[in-house]
Design a protein around this ligand. Sequence first.
Ligand code: FAD
Length: 462
Amino acid sequence: MKQEIIQRLTEIVGQDNVYTSLEDLYCYSYDASFVKSNKKDLAGIAVYPGNAEETAKILKLANEEKIPVIPRGAGTNVSGGTISVGDSIILVLKRMNKILELDRKNLIAVVEPGVVTGYLQSEVERLGLFYPPDPASLAVSTIGGNVAECAGGPRGVKYGVTRDYVLGLEVVLASGEVINTGGKTIKNVTGYDMTKLFTGSEGTLGVITKIILKLIPKPEAKNTMLAVFSELEQASEAVSEIIAKGVVPATLELLDNIYIRNIEEYAKVGLPTDAEAVLLIEVDGDRQILAKQIDKIEEICKQSGAIQIRIAQTPAEAEELWRARRSAFPAVSRVRPTIIGEDVTVPRSNIPAMVKQIRAIAAKYKVIIAVLGHAGDGNLHATILTDETDREEWSRVEKAIDELFIAAVKLDGTLSGEHGIGRVKSKFITLQTGEAGLEIQRRIKQVLDPNNILNPGVMFGK
Ligand SMILES: Cc1cc2nc3c(=O)[nH]c(=O)nc-3n(C[C@H](O)[C@H](O)[C@H](O)COP(=O)(O)OP(=O)(O)OC[C@H]3O[C@@H](n4cnc5c(N)ncnc54)[C@H](O)[C@@H]3O)c2cc1C
């Protein structure tokens, strides 16, 4: 990056908030996806603005000089969303990490984008309130990154995803102008719903510098159960049945035998390694209704063929079951060097069909695809365990991924339930949007970011 630009950026944020050494630039040019930066793709600088005003000055400068800007929270996205594109500015929002307001009367939180998701949740829960969106990365991911990706997690089945809790935003546009969308009211139909437009926009339309979030009262109690199946198809049928019978658990997670065996080897939590699938289910709400919900779910699971049901008798036992779930990715990460966690999502009644398709695709291309899903909301993590350096295997993996996406869209589903399009799925996007649909999105991008400085390549490809 030109010395003059480094100098001007340093004047905006201060010497301590600018990083330019080669080691630093490598650290800021990656994320949790399998996309890797070559040396030529390395960013030119990483800067940490302290507020919206500094962010606006940086964007104004970048826009005038046509320098790409990659907004970045914790860099945990798995879609190549914060991979640098050559001589670019990595705009790290983590210094802006204050909870500005926790408003009990209006059930609202106002936060800066760099607040860590899990920290917000624990602060809110101390007041008897609840912020449900729970990506598995919540111990490190930021609310800004969650909003930009519209993150979701196991609780999506009952409580929805990040989008359902974002009431308003402060956004710095590529030009450096600052706009506010939505507000503190639950009802708000003044103009287009710009809040929803920026939520899930993956850093391509503007930089989010303040977020107004809806909170809800914390559920009084919760309980966890594990249902064990000898057939994966039976477990996926049970998911469909539970939803069809009108029971809405807080979480409804499906793990197949590949996950079960690896979690057990890794975390030793007592999972039945000979089972083909387990459902990990949490119910929450008023204490009196929990037992009823558990009875109903138990009955449905048994009717669908469950061979064993384990209901946690103590919070410690429930925590042990959740430790199993949290160990899932680390556990399979030991199996092969490259792990690709796709997140195709289908209407819940189509889960059994999607699971069948995943199995057929794995067999056809002779690749290992493990299945773990936030099955209660139709979001299946078809996890490909592979080695990207093996070119022959990799070409089969690519074909398998193509077919996974086609299968999901044919089943009325979507390419991505929570990880976003980023740089890894842009070539598939028209499968779902169609050419005309994508063209409209391109035009929206052009209006807000005419010089294409914000996260170029994300969503729309090169
Ligand atoms: C182990 C693991 C588990 C995960 N589990 C889940 C899960 O259960 N559910 C789920 O949804 N995701 C999950 N993810 C993916 C990831 O954690 C989420 O996408 C998360 O929302 C990213 O937050 P972040 O702060 O790391 O954002 P980053 O990765 O830094 O950025 C994500 C995107 O948002 C943009 N961005 C970041 N901040 C801003 C801002 N302030 N303004 C505008 N754009 C911005 C970036 O440019 C990028 O495109 C997981 C990832 C890992 C590694």
